[in-house]
Design a protein around this ligand. Sequence first.
Ligand code: NFE
Ligand code: MG
Length: 519
Amino acid sequence: MGKIVIDPLNRVEGHLKIEAVVENGVVKEARSSGTLWRGLENILIGRNPLDAQRITQRICGVCPTAHSTASTLNLDSAFGIAGNIPDNGRIMRNLIFGCNYLQSHILHFYALSALDFVDVVPVANYSGNDPDLVQVKSFIARGSLSPFFPRYEGDYRLKKDENIAATKHYVEALKMRMITHEMLGIFGGKMPHNMAMVPGGVTERPTVDKIADFRWRLEKVRYFIDNIYLPDILLVASRYPDYFDIGRGVGRYMSYGGFELDTNPDLTKRKRLFPNGRTDINTLKLLDFDPSKITEDVKHSWYKSGSHLHPSEGETDPDFHKKGAYSWLKAPRYDGKVHEVGPVARQLIAYLHGVPQTVQNVDAVLKAANLQPQKLASTLGRHAARAIEAKIVADEMANWVLQLKPGEPVHAHFEIPKEAEGMGISEAPRGSLGHWISIKDYKIANYQAVVPTTWNGGPRDDSGEPGPFEQALEGTRVKDEKNPFELVRIVRSFDPCLACAIHIITPKGKEIGKFVVGA
Ligand code: NFE
Ligand code: MG
């Protein structure tokens, strides 16, 4: 029996450690551990509620827009104005958030995980004159091997020309990332950490110039998704078909729903591009979603605060010496049960709701890869679902931007209430994201976030059931324990972001070691 330790696992947001106990070549037990304490949200306590949108974005540089979306929905709800958002504000929020989705999904496939399937070594001997590839070749020749190495060896299956083409796409993906950031800047001011999303709507005004600027850039990104990203996913799918059976995971899925199509003040009833719900991969029946059933367990997390609490009454009291604990992530559960969140969850649930864009695109990809829907519950299923929804979001953005009405309102009036509770639930690129606020005496009295990578990467719950990463790893056959490429492929398919997962509120005045929070 051997133990594999992969630490750090990620190509960014690195503080994720995976431990796998292997018996007869198969993972018998896996542990996912967030190894960094951040304590970022403690800054929120006692502040003006409007600061939430600014500060929570700093949880992450990859998906700050997800946190600005969840926090503005949270403040809309606490201020009692969720039903008053003007169409221009609703649409510009979708566009700003959509840009972040596109950059995040493209970044994830090409920069953070494609190198698990693509071998860049053939580019060292490239003899053509493509300027991007010539640059990569000279970069390698200078001995600059990062970010391509170190890596696990032994299972690269694309042909030489395919590896070279995919490396070219890696470079093009970086340009797409730049374009989506520029697009986000048009309506959001800047990326990361947009300045435009505020309770009531946005601060930016649409003009014909901005709409045109946005739209031509979006067309480049749509071309890349349709002609490069989706075909690359299908190519990898054709060469690594066993990865539609590897890394299946818990099989229970949940989506809070995201991208606002109306302004129903009840977020659970609001019409959204990706609707809310739950499902099980074995039955594929649509199940209900009720946010009051969300709780967080901490038996195996380094906290001495209460376990199984709803986020509206969440506590975060660190205890690094706690026995039996092995992660700074909590273990979120719905109705006491573990759920995977993310693109597979969103697309399965949207499919079961009959969302036409999802049905059409999921059917097309399943047909092209000759797969049953159940195969989406897998390592490559996660990559495929992510590419499908990049296309859906990009195509919808092309419609939304033309629905903006220059000269019409972008923002609804609000007043900060003396006392209020709020909830902002949405879908970040990596899955379901919720923010909860409690306001007392016009200030933030408590603020809790439950984040996608906390759902997927969290440890065992109080009943001992492992989290989604852990369950996806358990039962996996490892060919060579020194090169556990199967395990990194599985976990990276979830697109882990530990910066998000370990955001953590600490109440003001709390002593942590020698420090007193907020003192
Ligand atoms: Ni830091 Fe994030 C997304 C959020 S993930 S990337 O997507 O919220 O846990
Ligand atoms: Mg939290």
